[in-house]
Design a binder for this molecule. Structure first.
Ligand code: SF4
Length: 469
């Protein structure tokens, strides 16, 4: 009797959206497969949840599948590879195929390629049948040892429309809800993926290139799913709309009405100011902390980023949000280090935050990021702004808004330089990722420790960050 396949699916990262991706698509395919006998093991966090394969040799598996949410999750993948590579290499051990996917890999898989057998680019819709069949037939191991194999073709995944067939049933629901650990799926909100891709083209964003053509689930399918989930989970009082830019959904008004009728609020990861201008009725549906991607403090600079709204629009929308009973606080997201940025642009950011805060009855935060000109974006050829300049701009903004608004302390300027190397680097970075896990580094470690690690592994981090490509 043939041995049944064994697959471990790992969703590192803390973002709930990480549950979506190649891992969830594979699970859906496996659990929907008639007569499937594959044993599936899932975990969300391979570091804290090392129990995934506790007591089981990785060589017992045919396939280890990682859904990588952002560059920080490369460390989780590397931990696995480093921890088990010795064991896998023992004579007599079959090596499982190490498969990684996720939008983050799509436009620059090079830093990860040496660590995996198969990098699934894009939404991996076209690769899922291949993976499911390999798992079902217990031949996943046949994919191993082919480092640098990545499919379906670097940067060509969406050239052929046949390669991005949406899998609607899987997109709306996760028919494996009750078959994997509840901490992956049990939330006080109902998550529903309403669209893939993004119809916009902000010049700093990878999504339009990495996620393929924009495709939406139908309102009817979403409604059917939400009604059944509402019955099954009466305690869940909000609906989390999953999409790169959820407020772009073409029938967002109908969706808001639907959620209202179900007695649920709507929760969005972030919302575009221009969408709220077009759909002011959405303002009443938003609840909790509302995140606005404002990006810059001047209309001219924002226009260069592909965003067509003004500071006056931001102030007006924030004022309306602050009057809503459901909204607790407003967070404005800004980017430092946009190409051709001037000192006056930094002052404009601080001025805009103060203007919004002075007109808002709710607390206002400014969340700062340093722009990483990422591969696959129109700005990819630019260098990052030097770290010392970013630090000074960050501090200037924090000092200038003190007392009226908070600058979020979730991130530091150097975080973006650590991930900048992971995002823009070449295959030499793979050794540094492995070495970083050996040294116990995280993306919150000191920048100097990362520099030492990069230099130990001969990664030319200055060229990666500061040279125009
Ligand atoms: S920043 Fe948001 S709206 Fe702009 S392209 Fe990216 S996902 Fe779309």
């Amino acid at each position: 009797m043939p041995r049944c396949g064994r697959v471990a699916v790992v969703f590192p990262g803390t973002g709930r959206q990480a549950v979506k991706g190649v891992g969830s698509r594979l699970l859906t395919a496996l659990f929907s497969m008639h007569g499937c006998t594959v044993d599936v093991f899932c975990t969300r966090d391979p570091v804290a949840g090392r129990s995934l394969i506790a007591g089981q040799a990785p060589s017992e598996f045919d396939m280890l599948v990682f859904t990588l949410y952002d560059e920080t999750t490369y460390l989780d993948l590397a931990w696995f590879v480093r921890t088990y590579v010795k064991e896998i290499a023992q004579p007599g051990h079959r090596a499982p195929a190490i498969v990684a996917g996720g939008g983050v890999l799509t436009l620059n898989p090079r830093p990860v390629l040496p660590l995996v057998d198969l990098a699934c680019i894009g939404d991996a819709e076209c690769l899922v049948p291949l993976l499911a069949t390999a798992a079902h037939e217990s031949v996943g191991g046949a994919l191993s040892g082919r480092s640098s194999l990545h499919g379906p073709g670097f940067l060509r995944s969406y050239a052929d429309p046949a390669m991005c067939q949406p899998v609607w049933s899987e997109m709306i629901s996760m028919p494996w809800h009750d078959r994997i650990p509840s901490y992956l799926t049990q939330t006080d909100y109902i998550p529903v993926e309403i669209a893939r891709g993004c119809p916009n083209a902000c010049t700093f964003c990878q999504t339009p290139a990495s996620r393929g053509p924009y495709r939406e689930a139908s309102l009817e399918d979403i409604g059917e799913y939400l009604r059944s989930e509402r019955l099954a989970r009466p305690a869940a009082n909000s609906v989390r709309l999953l999409a790169a830019s959820p407020s772009e959904y073409s029938r967002i008004d109908g969706l808001a009405e639907l959620c209202d009728a179900l007695g649920c609020g709507v929760s969005l990861s972030s919302v575009r100011v221009d969408d709220l201008l077009r759909h002011p009725e959405l303002i009443d549906e938003l609840q909790g902390r509302v995140r606005l991607g404002v990006e810059t403090g001047t209309d001219e600079r924002r226009m260069c980023l592909g965003k067509q709204f003004t500071n006056q629009d931001v102030i007006a929308i924030a004022q309306q949000l602050s009057q809503s009973q459901r909204v607790d606080r407003i967070t404005l997201y800004f980017l430092i280090g946009i190409p051709h940025e001037r000192e006056s642009d930094i002052h404009s950011i601080a001025r805009l935050v103060r203007d919004v805060a002075s007109r808002s009855s709710k607390p206002v935060d400014a969340s700062l990021s340093v722009m990483i000109p990422e591969p696959g974006t129109p700005l990819e050829l630019y260098p990052m702004v030097p770290l010392n300049i970013a630090r000074r701009a960050w501090q200037d903004i924090a000092d200038s808004v003190k007392g009226v608004a908070c600058v979020s302390s979730d991130t530091r300027p150097e975080d973006f330089y650590i991930t900048g190397v992971l995002s823009r680097g070449d295959s030499t970075v793979a050794a540094a990722i492995l070495a970083a896990t050996e040294r116990g580094l995280t993306v919150r470690s000191h920048w100097e420790e990362w520099v030492a690690c990069y230099e130990y592994c001969n990664v030319n981090w200055e060229r990666v960050l500061y040279e125009a490509v």
